[in-house]
Design a protein around this ligand. Sequence first.
Ligand code: HEM
Ligand code: HEM
Length: 189
Amino acid sequence: MSNSIFVKFIIPFLLCFGLMVFFAFLIDYLLHLGNIYWVGKHLGIPGTLLIMGSFVYSAKKRKLIKSGNAKTYLAYHEYMAWAGSVLILVHAGVHYNAHLGWLATYMMMINVFSGLVGKFIIRNARESMNERRLALAAKGLSDESIENELFYDSITYGVIKQWRVIHLPIAMVFFILSILHIITIIIFS
Ligand code: HEM
Ligand code: HEM
């Protein structure tokens, strides 16, 4: 594996994922330090609201929102879903009593994981393909030769683009499990 792949993709990816877990522990630690650990249980609500708010991107993508550009809304999605997930992790705590909440949490973790894969790996793959296209064009290659040269790159890109197959259905399962968890909390408390 080349150094640039490691520096450009793997390190930021691991940092973002690791920081989510780190911040969850830090907030939990600070709450215990201040003897207000009970606040953690209530972070389920702001966490859920942040993740729901992150779906403004979906509204933008479907042209329900006219102002701003899609790239900014995607950044909202990424940061808000990430921050919401930190709060949900604090909310979940380290005990295990109820399956539903934990299943929803596992789905959320897979979603954040796959979201980060999308952000760092796919986006960069697209960028490096565009860079290669420009470099080949600068060498004076015809459009047809460029397409030939990029054929295998584009297949790889097409394959990894399939990551949506993970991100989207898992998001749906996450959504359903979260609703069921919240309904059981409302019914049994
Ligand atoms: C409106 C939002 C939410 C509310 C009001 C809420 C409420 C609660 C409450 C009251 C508990 C404590 C249950 C107990 O100790 O028996 C709990 C536990 C938990 N919640 Fe939530 N929750 C919300 C959202 C979420 C979401 C979105 C997830 C996951 C993605 C989640 C995951 C969990 C987990 C893992 C536990 C711990 C279960 C255990 O002790 O085994 N919660 N929630
Ligand atoms: C709680 C966690 C998450 C959930 C439930 C979630 C859910 C979703 C959903 C439903 C979409 C589809 C949007 C649409 O087509 O309408 C989406 C797209 C996307 N998400 Fe997430 N996401 C989460 C976390 C993340 C994170 C942490 C990142 C990156 C840091 C991320 C990056 C992306 C990207 C790059 C797209 C693709 C946009 C596109 O293809 O148009 N997601 N996410």
